[in-house]
Design a protein around this ligand. Structure first.
Ligand SMILES: NC(=O)c1ccc[n+]([C@@H]2O[C@H](COP(=O)([O-])OP(=O)(O)OC[C@H]3O[C@@H](n4cnc5c(N)ncnc54)[C@H](O)[C@@H]3O)[C@@H](O)[C@H]2O)c1
Length: 274
């Protein structure tokens, strides 16, 4: 038996983190597109990792439970990397809420029931959650603590209250941060930690879809005018994940880490101000 990493979303950010943290582990990677999981499993297995690809859908509790059950056959689940998601140019409002908001909440809950003592998790949120204006304390508490099956019934998540797919994505990512805070209490009772990382623009297929989508110029302007003056890389996100998931991060849980080259700072107080 090995220690097992459960990893959702066989994309570039997930792979960078899995390569950093998954040496010597059994890594079970689930993706809605099985070929993405298989492709990345082959790349990593050819480089000495032990990766099993599976088809799974983050928006389905049954599918999440299936992934966890498969993972448990190999040993104790000691790590979670949630890097599955859809972006504002890839999906309609309903799908963004179902995958990025509800699915992430269910995954944190279900893995939180079985994570081994000393276990750690990261979920990938987004700078988008930081850019949206503050919600009321009551709305924040609703996003943090509403039972998962009732989340999508919240008034602030009803279609008439959501302007467009970007707004849905911002709400989903704000919710990720709040769920991590609430879940860290549950995970802590098991001796485990959970945090989120909020990347800015990181060059991956998802970001390239954004560059080529209706907000392409907006995104290109964003990284040109942010303090770093460039988009980031998945390996830079993995640097943060390594801190959070290693023993150096032992006192860090229930937190969110913005890594965006200063884009959010510039959006509020610099040349990116709208
Ligand atoms: N790339 C960026 O600029 C950026 C910035 C901020 C946040 N993020 C977030 O990072 C995460 C990973 O994105 P990435 O940039 O590595 O993208 P990516 O396109 O490389 O990978 C995302 C993967 O998620 C999978 N996926 C989509 N819907 C799924 C579902 N319902 N169930 C299971 N898998 C599903 C896709 O098939 C894909 O393989 C996402 O949550 C995204 O919102 C990305």
């Amino acid at each position: 038996m090995k220690n097992v990493m459960v990893w959702t979303g066989a994309g570039q950010i997930g792979m960078a983190i899995a390569r950093r943290m998954g040496c010597g582990m059994k890594i079970v990677v689930g993706d809605k597109k099985l070929e993405n999981a298989q492709t990345i499993a082959k790349i990593m297995n050819d480089a000495g990792y032990d990766v099993v690809p599976l088809e799974m859908d983050l928006s389905s509790r049954a599918s999440i439970r299936g992934l966890i059950a498969e993972a448990q056959q190999f040993g104790d689940i000691t790590m979670l990397v949630n890097a599955a998601g859809v972006s504002p140019s890839q999906a309609p409002i309903e799908a963004i809420l179902k995958v990025d908001l509800y699915g992430t909440a269910v995954l944190l809950e279900e893995v939180g029931k079985v994570i081994a003592p000393g276990g750690v998790g990261v979920t990938i949120s987004s700078q988008s959650g930081h850019r949206m204006p503050a919600l009321t304390p009551e709305q924040d508490a609703q996003l943090a603590c509403t039972p998962t099956e009732e989340l999508l019934e919240l008034p602030l998540l009803q279609p008439k209250n959501i302007r467009d797919t970007l707004h849905a994505y911002q709400l989903a990512k704000r919710c990720n941060e709040k769920r991590v805070m609430a879940e860290s209490v549950e995970w802590g009772a098991r001796g485990a930690r959970i945090n989120s990382i909020s990347p800015g623009i990181i060059v991956t297929p998802l970001a390239i879809d954004e560059f080529n989508g209706p907000r392409g110029d907006f995104y290109k302007n964003m990284f040109a005018k942010c303090p770093a003056g460039r988009p980031g890389t998945a390996d830079e996100v993995a640097n943060v994940a390594e801190l959070l998931m290693s023993s150096k991060g032992a006192f860090i849980t229930g937190s969110d880490f913005l890594i965006d080259g200063g884009a959010t700072a510039s959006y509020f107080y610099g040349p990116l101000k709208p």
